[in-house]
Write a new protein. Structure first.
Length: 187
């Protein structure tokens, strides 16, 4: 029964057990490992919430179909499994559930789950090299018209040459026209 309930938990992300609570399957997102230049795969873990401990009909239907038993036998099996967990909790202070983790009570008497780090056919890390494209052409929106980045470079170069030409035509072509001509007076 333990393996079947674990399979249901993985498939449906939640499993409610009577008298225990709802165990949820959670995921940490992929992480970027800067020092090794790679992305690590997402990791998975379980949490427990004591509020909702009513199993769904979906659980009983799935168990009766997958184990080829009646719905009544599925209900009895889930209740027996929950009873065994509660019995271990009261006798030993904790109950271990294979791939899910260890259930125990905290100082306030609330049920806690120390999850197992599960590896669900996780993907290996993926290398993350920075791609630098030299002279890559891409579209740029200018007003309502689309221009390429090369066209924009040409336009900016022509404008810069025109501005430099105008500036030197106004100031002349001498070394003093290119510098700052302000005089600083000291007191």
């Amino acid at each position: 029964m333990q393996d079947s309930l674990y399979e249901f938990l993985l498939l449906n992300k939640k499993l409610s057990l009577p008298g225990i609570g709802t165990i949820s399957h959670c995921q940490n997102p992929a992480q970027h490992d800067f020092s090794n230049k790679q992305f690590t795969a997402p990791s998975f873990y379980f949490i427990i919430e004591s509020r909702n401990d009513k199993p769904s009909k979906k659980l009983f239907d799935w168990l009766s179909f997958s184990l080829n038993i009646t719905e009544w036998e599925a209900i009895k099996s889930v209740n027996d499994f929950s009873f065994d967990l509660k019995k271990k909790l009261s006798e030993f202070g904790e109950a271990s559930w294979g791939k899910v983790g260890v259930l125990h009570r905290d100082n306030n008497g609330d049920l806690k789950l120390d999850p197992q780090n599960i590896s669900l056919q996780s993907e290996p890390p993926v290398t993350a090299e920075k791609v630098i494209r030299v002279k890559a052409e891409h579209p740029v929106l200018v007003g309502e018209k689309e221009k390429t980045s090369v066209e924009m470079e040409v336009i900016l170069t022509v404008l810069a040459v025109m501005f430099i030409g105008w500036y030197f035509s106004e100031k002349g072509f001498s070394t003093s026209s290119a510098g700052n001509q302000s005089v600083i007076k000291s007191n």
